[in-house]
Design a protein around this ligand. Structure first.
Ligand code: AKB
Length: 344
């Protein structure tokens, strides 16, 4: 069995791309990458092993956990909010049963080896649910414990999996013999991410996708119809900060952590502000607004801002990119370079 290996599920997704690229550049981790889809060739050199498979396939997962002793698991695989609303039961299976499979196997592995396994889980602002725009405006930046009434299957799944992680870390099989309770268990750590924007990948199936879609369409000279109203405000963060936060939470001393779930955020533009920044960089961009009422309702139920003071206090969280730096120093130059390359 190989020791000290990192498992990344959902390796081919946006966070997976960012994380594997970063860890690959560091060259310090043996990465086992798992995804339902074929993992991008650009990531393959960074990984020790690539497995194309389903997190619902318990036989496959059993074999993977028999072969490797994981020190850290980044469980990134999930069906995002918009896609989940088209098949909520499938989303529940992947988002909840898939997570349960991994929590259970990680717990069994840590109990067998006597070494705690770190389990990093990205949750989302979708775990929140504000009833109307007046309440959203009055709520301001909200803490982890407020307004946890999600209106989407994805949001319900994320909130429940946060609790499952806490359960597996602290109360798993609490009625079995005392000796078993003292055995090693998982070290569950969770971030509630805002909408994420990467210059390298485009999201699929989410509802915060209007931000990154607007940027990537404009950079390619493609017209874009934005599916939310111009006054819609959501918190966002660029991918390098998302990766930074995952790694910082993962390496924080356990005794500094006062909670299992932490908000992290960076800036909160309206869709109109997004539009203006993108148009300034790409003056030819054809961007129009045609709100889709059901997707608008989802975004309206998510907070305009979140309070990430617990992360700042407990493990020194601070984003590197505020709104100006995010666009001027990362997103705009990187997408310009990326799509210029494609044209050649
Ligand atoms: C989505 O839109 O579903 C995700 C999220 C906010 O978690 N980007």
């Amino acid at each position: 069995m190989q020791n000290d290996v990192v498992l990344i599920t959902g390796a081919n997704g946006e966070i997976g791309h960012g994380l594997i690229t970063f860890l690959g550049e560091q060259g310090q981790s043996k990465i086992v990458a798992l995804d339902l889809q074929e993992v991008d060739v650009s990531l393959q050199n960074c990984c020790e092993t690539i497995i194309q498979g389903d997190i619902l396939d318990r036989t496959l997962l059993g074999k993977v956990f028999d072969q490797y002793q994981f020190s850290t698991i980044y469980h990134l695989a999930s069906i995002l909010s918009t896609k989940a609303e088209y098949n909520p039961e499938l989303a529940h299976r992947i988002n909840v049963e898939g997570t349960l499979n991994l929590l259970q196997l990680a717990t069994a592995q840590s109990q067998k080896s006597g070494a705690s396994v770190k389990f990093l889980y990205p949750s989302s602002i979708a775990a929140y649910g504000l009833p109307d725009l007046k309440t959203k405006a009055a709520a301001g930046h909200i803490s982890e414990t407020e307004w946890c009434f999600p209106t989407t299957m994805y949001g319900c799944n994320k909130l429940y999996c946060e609790h499952l992680g806490r359960y597996y870390a602290t109360h798993y099989r609490q009625l079995v013999a005392e000796q078993a309770q003292n055995e090693a268990c998982i070290d569950f750590r969770c971030l509630r991410f805002p909408g994420l924007i990467s210059a390298m990948t485009v999201p699929t199936g989410g509802t915060s996708d209007y931000g990154p879609e607007m940027l990537h369409h404009a950079a390619q000279g493609l017209p874009y119809v934005c599916f939310v109203r111009p006054d819609t405000r959501l918190p966002f963060m660029v991918m390098p900060d998302a990766i930074k936060s995952l790694l910082a939470l993962g390496s924080a001393p356990r005794q500094c952590l006062t909670q299992f779930v932490y908000n992290v955020t960076s800036f909160s533009p309206t869709a109109q502000e997004f539009y203006e920044i993108v148009r300034r960089a790409f003056p030819q961009a054809e961007i129009t607004f045609a709100p889709h009422s059901a997707r608008q309702n989802i975004v309206d139920s998510w907070p305009a801002d979140v309070d990430d003071s617990a992360a700042r206090r407990d493990w020194g969280w601070a984003p590197d990119f505020d709104q100006r730096r995010a666009f001027d120093e990362y997103l705009i130059p990187a997408v310009q370079k990326r799509y210029a390359k494609v044209k050649i």
